[in-house]
Design a protein around this ligand. Sequence first.
Ligand code: C2E
Ligand code: CA
Ligand code: CA
Length: 700
Amino acid sequence: MLTSSYNPLLVVCSLLVAILASYTALDMAGRISTAQGRAAHWWLAGGACAMGLGIWSMHFVAMLAFSLPVPLGYDPAITALSLLIAIGSSAFALWLVCQQTLPWSRLAVGALLMGPAIAGMHYTGMAAMRMAPGIEYDPLLFALSVVIAVAASGAALWIAFHLRRQSSRVRPLRAGAAVVMGFAIVGMHYTGMAAAQFPLGSICGAARTGVNTGWLAVVIIIITLAVLAIALIISVLDLRLESRTSVLASSLAEANQELTYLALHDSLTKLPNRVLLEDRLGQAIQGADRGHSHFALMFMDLDGFKAVNDAFGHHVGDRLLVEVAGRIGASVRAQDTIARVGGDEFVLLASVGEPADAATLAEKLLTVIREPVQVAGNELRVSTSIGIAIYPGNGAHQHELLTNADAAMYHAKALGRDAYCFFETSMNANVHEQLQIVQDLRLALARRQLVLHYQPKFDAPAGPVIGAEALLRWRHPTRGLIAPDQFIPVAEKTGLIVPIGEWVLDEACRQMRAWRDAGHTSWTIAVNLSPLQFSHANLIQTVRDTLARHALEPRCLTLEITESTAMRDVEASLVILLQLHDMGVRIAIDDFGTGYSSLLYLKRLPATELKIDRGFVRDLARDTEDAAIVSAVVALGKTLKLRIVAEGVETTAQQAFLTRLGCDTLQGFLLGRPMPADRFIEAVSPVTALPGVATPLETP
Ligand code: C2E
Ligand code: CA
Ligand code: CA
């Protein structure tokens, strides 16, 4: 036998190539299993080439490390065939480990196919030497080399399958596995080499090709390393790109989700908003149609919320809204929808068996919302007005149902708030009416349809008359005389209140001038200011001009602003009120007791008069709490040196009681209703003539 020898450097090189090829193979398996569609095919093809080339070149470098005492060479065709076998079996292996599962049976079949394929590549490579006479193989070692190939393939497949998921934790494991696999491949090779025996006198049939094996080794090693390195670099870069893309994609998905949420929910209360409500309403309509069932749509508007906002600021108002939203949520079933559709407006969509159930639910909501709320140390009280529309019956589609529930809610407000109201067809007219009113109101001034009525104010208990409050009326051509409650809110909303208010001031001053000329020099005239008028930039100038126009002293004029208007923005109010006060105009705080005035602020306001709200006076006799409030207000007013006016005096009992409490001025139907100017003089004359007598004035 010829004695063979090995070049140790090339042996080491072959081991390194085997390890690197194994690592590349494992990495590729990872890429293929995470890639999708066509990309996975490309990775499989590229991976199979890189891995096949790696294994093959390991084999070839190891062959070059081997030398015999005769010149050696390799048949190019057979060598190429061995490369093809390497690439083919690599492709098979990669495909196998990238399946969803790798049961033991498939692993065994894979190993039994791969092992012989690798051995086949090796022995084909050996055959490329075309030795004559042929190589003799030691059967035992030959068998051992095939067994090693099968075992190494099985282990490699198993490891590759389990390390194919990409993660940073997997990388060191992969490197370890690559070393083990590299040794297994090399072990198989050298076992196969050990099995080969070359009889004495053998010559290498392929030696004539004359390729310098030393150079060949260098070239093959460089090319292989380059291919493997490129494959790895591409893999790493692609992985980076992919993970960045997936990070981007997931943050995009998150942002999308967030946007969708924001678009469909109210940011303060986290309740669904109008958009989502309309969607759910659409579904509810379909559901009710299909199942022949009912649902209720409840429109809720808080009473007294504006006063809280004005007195305590938005942050307190916001917390109140959140609390109310929570209470509503706790009172309804999980499948019902509560939405916030406006500042203090909520809509509840609830399936109900029959209308009576809706009434029970509405009662429950009224009760929970009526409970006082503690916010930042303040005890706040609000109530709610609820309008109910039932489907089917009160509207065919979303818009109509909402409008009708809204109309019913206005009805509940008109009933005195803290109440619920079912929709009725007649209410619909109100909506159209409102629109018509806005149109008509625009023309009312020019058409001279506005008039003032005057309600006398009396020195308690029964006179003399000390002046009058001017109250606006609209003489509508078809609707008759319209009360201010019916159109002042609209005028305020549309801004029409500014020119209307200027007219009121002018007309009231004109009338005052006339009364003064007639000898009533001690009277004063009171004019109401709405919030918009009060904050209007021109107010001071308008008042000054109007007084001058009618040659009136400022002290003849009392401007009434409601408590909540004054408290809306206390500092701004102070500036305006101080200017009016400096001018000499008197200021009355109207509807006192309905807001949340802090006494501290009240002290700073340059007011001359406090008007106790009608509500307290009305319940005076039967409600001891109201009596206590009125007497407290009177006491407070006295210490602040304010005149106390009680309005809404309707009975002699109230008249007596209010006088006893210390009210300075009384105003009410008992003593005199609002009336046109021409009737005013004749109506008040008898009373002024008989001071101290509680005679009600004749009323029109
Ligand atoms: P207000 O300033 O509180 O006016 C008093 C209201 O109480 C008047 O209603 C008056 O008719 C009513 N009233 C007086 N005595 C009694 C009584 O004994 N019992 C009852 N139940 N009511 C009584 P009116 O005239 O309907 O005015 C309602 C509101 O409209 C006024 O409340 C005021 O806020 C506003 N308003 C009236 N005229 C004007 C105006 O020219 N400009 C502005 N901005 N608002 C006005
Ligand atoms: Ca008033
Ligand atoms: Ca009032």
